[in-house]
Design a protein around this ligand. Structure first.
Ligand code: NDP
Ligand code: ZN
Length: 352
């Protein structure tokens, strides 16, 4: 079969592989729509380690093409959304976590890009299908379902970890698709004022429709000063970080009020360093909680997010700015994601 992936670091292209084998608990999926992600481009530049001949992609919806002998909840022909994080539910390490992202290893449940080929292929493998596939219900389009598997799950997790309470002032740093979903999550959880950080007009327009009340540009001087000036020196109750670098984390800690929460969903670079004056963290005594997390996995998470779409709480398809038609368009879509044109939020590729 054919897939699109990385030959080695900084070298992407078509890759020929055997169709993956299906274990007794597993399924083989024929993807119908995939979405390239910032994390795929990160990986192609070496962000997941020095991988070779690895098919990229971890966001997909598709049709079940084969199921293992022990799979009971799915059959060939079912239309499913596939969470990008597919835990091995038999692992005690997974059973002991809440986001199911890590087993004994960090990111152990992120199988695509981690330990096996990804979704940008004619077929891909899903472990433990009964617990890691979600049927797309009536009332949810495949495009909307596709937005749940990583963007919505990650962005909402950022809001959940921030423990948004009614009326909270929240700063969301970054308004790419992940930050946009954090804004939507925070708004749905009851945030009052949502100050968003980002500059691209298209992203600002979408952020407004998801609930952002105002914007700050990180290009106009230190975020800390700008946020403090707008909040009478008090700072927000919660900060969600979905963009920026090590310096951003320090500023987020500094701007957060005592007892507040800093919830990070940003993927830092290995070269990023975090250094900030201890006074910013209340000399260690201000009850400011710093958290960082990864996308939440498993089928039930996706079922819940698709319910939010089905019952009209959110339309994540507003984020889809570019549509590509056909398998051969994968390199172009990936290149667009890599170079990030100013009007790009989320591209999708119809494979068939
Ligand atoms: P985008 O690149 O689309 O968006 C990044 C945002 O951050 C943009 O709004 C950008 O501003 C803003 N930004 C850039 N530099 C700075 C800075 N110095 N200070 C403040 N803001 C800045 O990324 P995505 O939304 O796709 O992803 C966001 C992050 O989340 C990435 O690191 C990605 O790898 C990570 N991610 C994490 C996951 C997880 O499980 N934790 C899952 C998926 C992705 P502007 O508007 O000017 O472009
Ligand atoms: Zn992703």
């Amino acid at each position: 079969m054919r897939g699109f992936g990385m030959h080695t670091v900084n070298d992407v292209g078509w890759i020929e592989k055997d169709r993956p084998a299906c274990g007794p608990l597993d399924a083989i999926i024929r993807p119908t729509i995939v979405a390239p992600c910032s994390s795929d481009t990160h990986a192609s530049h070496g962000g997941s380690g020095p991988k070779t001949e690895m098919i990229l992609g971890h966001e997909a919806v598709g049709i079940v093409d084969e199921v293992g002998a022990s799979v009971t909840r799915f059959k060939v022909g079912d239309y499913v959304a596939v969470p990008c994080v597919t835990p091995d539910w038999l692992e005690p390490g997974v059973q002991n976590t809440t986001a199911f992202t890590h087993d004994v290893r960090m990111f152990g449940s992120f199988k695509f890009l981690g330990v096996k080929d990804g979704t940008m292929a004619e077929f891909f493998h899903v472990n433990q299908a009964d617990a890691n596939l979600a049927l797309i219900p009536e009332g949810v389009s495949p495009e909307a379902a596709l937005m749940t598997v990583d963007m919505m799950s990650t962005g909402f997790r950022g809001a959940e970890l921030a423990e948004i309470e009614a009326g909270d002032t929240v700063v969301v740093i970054g308004i790419g698709p992940v930050g946009l979903m954090a804004i939507a999550g925070a708004a749905l959880m009851g945030a009052g004022r949502i100050i968003a950080v980002g500059t691209r007009p298209k992203a600002m327009e979408i952020a407004t429709s998801y609930g952002a009340s105002e914007f700050i540009s990180y290009k106009d001087g230190p975020l800390l000063d700008q946020v403090m000036a707008r909040t009478d020196g008090k700072g927000p109750h919660k900060v969600i970080i979905a963009g920026g670098d090590g310096k951003t984390l320090g500023e987020a800690v500094a701007m957060t009020r005592p007892t507040g929460i800093i919830s990070n969903i940003n993927f830092y670079d290995v070269s990023d360093k975090v250094e900030f004056p201890m006074l910013w963290w209340g000399l260690g005594m201000a009850d400011k909680t710093i958290r960082g997390t990864f996308c939440t996995g498993g089928a039930e998470r996706i079922v819940r997010l698709m319910d939010m779409i089905k019952y009209g709480r959110i339309d994540p398809t507003l984020m889809i700015t570019h549509k590509f038609d056909g398998f051969d368009q994968l390199p172009e879509a990936f290149d667009l994601m890599d170079k990030k044109s100013p009007d790009l939020i989320k591209p999708i590729v119809y494979l068939r």
